[in-house]
Design a protein around this ligand. Structure first.
Ligand SMILES: *Cc1c(COP(=O)(O)O)cnc(C)c1O
Length: 429
């Protein structure tokens, strides 16, 4: 496969951008070689600047649950662009999107739009600290909540791929306020809360971890987090930036029947444009300015292009049977992956909730960051490059989720499985 144009662009990019990329997860550090430069994409296919076409399971890292350039989303954006791209004033589109979110997400009565998941989470933490007057935050190792200072400690996603446990530049007095615990370990949570519960402003969790690969919560884990935080009068924050509208219209909280105090969203609700949001009960959200004293603002917040795309996306998702279709396709894909691994004697663990999935190359049962880290990343590297060669694009790291979209056809899933068999055989050597 010729990738000369991508390589040429990458060498130019490195001259003008750090590492040649605008987000470290896009670099191919963990898998070797130069990253692809993309020219266009449509449906489940993505085409690079050398004209190679790939079936895409990255989906822009989660947002594209209806694939690339969905005609209805494109026309919603186009229509709005002709009416203006930003006003810095209120629009009806914002109300429409807020209403759709409030209707779908059980714990959200009021929602504030921002521009990214990072911003949503950063604002949610400030809100929790503002309400409780406490400053400690509890998170789980391997969970990623964006790159705000309080949360860059033992985080997942790019930090996991690049092996960065602590980030220079994060003020230590802030990092010290963040306690990291192992995911799915409720005993450790109870111990901490027994000692320090009254100092804890909030516990934040990805209800289904998606940034160390997919790690589902063990039965009862989320319920216990709800109970422990309530007893301590600390807020429970679900970071549903990936899971919101991905695993169900109402997100993981709907799927598991556990309601947090604050929900962070992003990715899907922007329909592929930059968006984040955080929401909760009216009582909680009324602490935010202009009603309350907790300040948070944004020049482009509720941007009309993003609202138009998000509205269209949520309309598409609320049609009957979408989540059943996603479940059926994803199940077919993942069962095929498992069969091939077994047939070839490759040690692998499979996790999946709806259309988010992972294949971990380890013999350990996957429950937390420690077990995830037992993976054979050299094997992954060979597997990734094998898949790429066969025209399948997955995230360039063992520690990221795969995403199936509603527009992946059965035929494309069969093609993927065929490629998978070859890539596994190559990786095994
Ligand atoms: C992607 C992600 C974020 C950060 O969102 P950005 O839009 O990249 O800032 C936060 N939390 C989770 C769970 C995410 O997956």
């Amino acid at each position: 496969m010729n990738r000369d144009n991508s390589s040429r662009l990458f060498s130019v990019a490195r001259k003008v951008m750090p590492g040649g990329v605008n987000s470290p997860v896009r670099a191919f550090n963990a898998v070797g070689g130069d990253p692809l430069f993309i020219k266009s994409a449509s449906g489940s296919r993505i085409t690079d600047v050398d004209g190679n076409e790939f079936i895409d399971y990255v989906g822009s890292w989660g947002p594209l649950i209806f694939g690339h350039a969905h005609p209805q989303i494109v026309s919603a954006i186009t229509r709005q662009a002709q009416l203006g791209t930003s006003y810095g004033a209120s629009t009806e589109l914002e109300i429409q999107l807020a209403e759709k979110i409030v209707r779908a997400v059980p714990s959200v009565e009021v929602v504030r739009m921002v521009n990214s998941g990072t911003e949503a989470v950063m604002s949610a933490l400030r809100l929790a600290r503002g309400i409780t007057g406490r400053d400690k935050i509890v998170k789980f190792a391997g969970c990623y909540h964006g790159h705000s200072d309080s949360l860059l400690v033992r985080a997942g996603s790019g930090l996991a791929s690049l092996g960065i446990p602590e980030c220079p530049g994060v003020v230590s007095s802030l990092a010290e306020k963040t306690v990291n615990l192992p995911f799915n370990n409720i005993e450790r949570v109870r111990e901490l809360f027994a000692k320090e519960g009254k100092k804890i402003a909030a516990l934040i969790v990805e209800p289904i971890a998606g940034n160390m690969g997919v790690v589902p919560p063990t039965p009862g884990f989320l319920e216990s987090l709800r109970e422990v935080t309530r007893e301590a009068d600390a807020l429970l924050i679900f970071d549903e930036v990936i899971t919101g509208f991905r695993v169900a219209l109402g997100g993981a909280q709907k799927l598991f029947g556990v309601n947090p105090d604050i929900t962070c969203m992003g990715k899907i609700i922007g329909g592929g444009l930059p968006v984040g949001a955080y929401g909760g009960s009216r009582e909680v959200m009324d602490h935010i300015s202009p009603i309350g004293p907790v300040y948070q603002a944004g020049t482009l917040s509720g941007n009309p292009l993003a609202m138009a795309a998000g509205n269209e996306m949520l309309d598409l998702l609320s049609r009957n049977g979408i989540y059943e279709t996603l479940e059926r396709k994803s199940k077919k894909l993942c069962e095929g992956l498992r069969q091939h691994a077994e047939a070839l004697g490759v040690q692998a663990q499979f996790t999946r909730v709806g259309s988010m999935f992972s294949m971990f190359f380890t013999d350990q049962k996957i429950v937390d960051f420690e077990t995830v880290k037992s993976c054979d990343t050299d094997f992954f590297k060979r597997y990734f490059n094998g898949l790429l060669e066969e025209g399948i694009y997955i995230a360039p790291s063992q520690f990221e989720a795969g995403f199936v979209s509603a527009v992946h056809s059965d035929e494309e899933i069969n093609l993927t499985l065929e490629a998978n068999r070859k890539a596994l055989a190559v990786a095994r050597g």
